[in-house]
Design a protein around this ligand. Structure first.
Ligand SMILES: [Ca+2]
Ligand SMILES: [Ca+2]
Ligand SMILES: [Ca+2]
Length: 423
């Protein structure tokens, strides 16, 4: 620490040069300096130094300018002013890093050189007039740009939070980004919200220049980089397209005991076919419907791994039900037991499940899939049989409009106690 202080003192104290040269040059280094304001991209500088000698016969003071290329040249921005012994390099310098190479000599052949450092920097973030609360009309949004809008929502551009034409700074127009509150900035400068997001919605908007300001505290807490401002803003929907003018169908697929079914294809057929798959939470969202058209919703048929979750425990539960010892009350479990697709539970179902357990069957007969899916709002007839009338594995929505929800209950065939591992 002491060493550091000592060296800084050496660097920044007034340099003093003594014999063998009889010429001395004294100056206060300017070093790093900001342009005076956001509208100025250059700085008036008077860089003073004092050059003296006991012998001033043939006295010569000159300097060369060294810019980013590192080549000494005639100063394009300024000139030497003053007279013995007080001199100054005076000019108007754009943002950049410079050195003035001062050379002093006399007829006696004495010479002295010093370097005057100058770094002109932009220290100002883009300035503009902020709009803190933006009222945004709702509009049909077509994220995949296939010409069929998916839902009604709000399109938000970060630069819309500025009411002034973006300031042309020293480095051109500023860039914008928009993030969640408390998040670090990203390259994202616009976002889309949907009708069912919660409002008013709060965001952070950032504006950046392209300067390199060594003193600028960056969002990641480091120093050095562009100048920026961050502002908290609010988005409120206002008018435009009605939220329910584009139909939406959402839902979730899970077993009777709540195990979610992800990666499952969900289909809707009407004037067109739309399709999606369930996410990690077993949820799906279907859009792009034509309003007022009737659609039929189904789930993909799955034939894979029919032995999944099928064990002797299921045989026991089914046997007790068939023998009237312990009736299965859940219609979903009764459906699971009908592995031959006969519309009733018999000892044949038990035989087939046993064959599946010992590996003698690769699939259940009668076109029975591995999984069946029943809309969760399907009402089974009273009593113990869900087979008469036959249960539904699809859901119709007539003259589709607005927001709708269709959940499906996933049933693993042969697995009465719901022990199957979710695919
Ligand atoms: Ca679309
Ligand atoms: Ca059966
Ligand atoms: Ca089981």
């Amino acid at each position: 620490m002491l060493w550091g202080v000592c060296c800084l003192l050496l660097l920044f104290s007034t340099p003093s040069f003594t014999p063998p040269n009889a010429i001395t040059i004294d100056f206060q280094p300017i070093g790093r300096i900001c342009t005076p304001n956001n509208e100025s991209c250059d700085l008036s500088v008077q860089y003073s130094f004092v050059a003296e000698s006991a012998d001033t016969v043939g006295w010569s003071v000159s300097y060369r300018f060294v810019g980013a290329e590192g080549i000494p040249m005639i100063d394009p921005f300024g000139a030497l002013e003053g007279e013995y012994p007080n001199y100054a390099v005076t000019g108007t310098y754009p943002i950049g890093d410079y050195t003035f190479l001062v050379e002093v000599s006399n007829a006696a052949g004495e010479e002295m050189q010093v370097e005057l450092p100058l770094e002109v920097i932009d220290c100002f973030a883009p300035n503009m007039t902020w709009i803190d609360t933006l009222y945004v009309p709702r509009e049909p949004i077509d994220p995949n740009a296939n010409g069929r809008p998916d839902y009604v929502g709000l399109r938000i551009e970060a630069e819309n939070f500025s009411s002034t034409i973006p300031f042309e700074g020293c480095f051109g127009s500023p860039h914008f980004s928009i993030t969640e509150l408390g998040a670090l900035p990203t390259e994202v400068d616009s976002l889309t919200m949907v009708c069912w997001d919660s409002f008013p919605a709060h965001f952070q908007v950032w504006t950046w220049d392209e300067a390199y300001n060594p003193g600028a505290l960056q969002p990641d807490s480091s120093f050095g980089g562009p100048n920026y401002i961050k502002r908290e803003v609010v988005v409120i929907p206002a008018g435009g397209t009605a939220c329910d003018s584009l139909p939406i169908v959402r839902g979730r697929v899970a077993t009777e005991n709540g195990k979610v079914f992800s990666g499952l294809g969900i289909n809707a057929e009407g004037d067109i076919q739309v399709r999606t798959t369930t996410d990690e939470e077993g949820a799906y969202l279907l859009t792009e419907f034509t309003p007022e058209v009737t659609y039929r919703f189904t789930v993909d048929t799955l034939m894979d791994n029919p032995a999944n979750g099928v064990s002797i425990l299921d045989v026991s539960l089914l046997a007790r039900h068939i023998l009237n010892i312990d009736l299965i009350s859940s219609p979903y479990k009764i459906i699971a037991g009908d592995v031959n697709n006969s519309g009733n539970l018999t000892t044949l179902d038990i035989v087939l499940i046993r064959l599946m357990i010992i590996g003698e069957l690769t699939e259940f007969p009668g076109g029975t899939p591995s999984w069946r899916f029943v809309p969760s709002d399907y009402t089974f007839p009273p009593g113990t049989t869900p087979f008469n009338p036959p249960f539904r594995e699809y859901r119709l929505l007539n003259n589709l409009s607005g927001f709708n929800e269709i959940d499906f209950v996933a049933i693993k065939m042969g697995d009465i106690n719901c022990s199957a591992i979710m695919p």
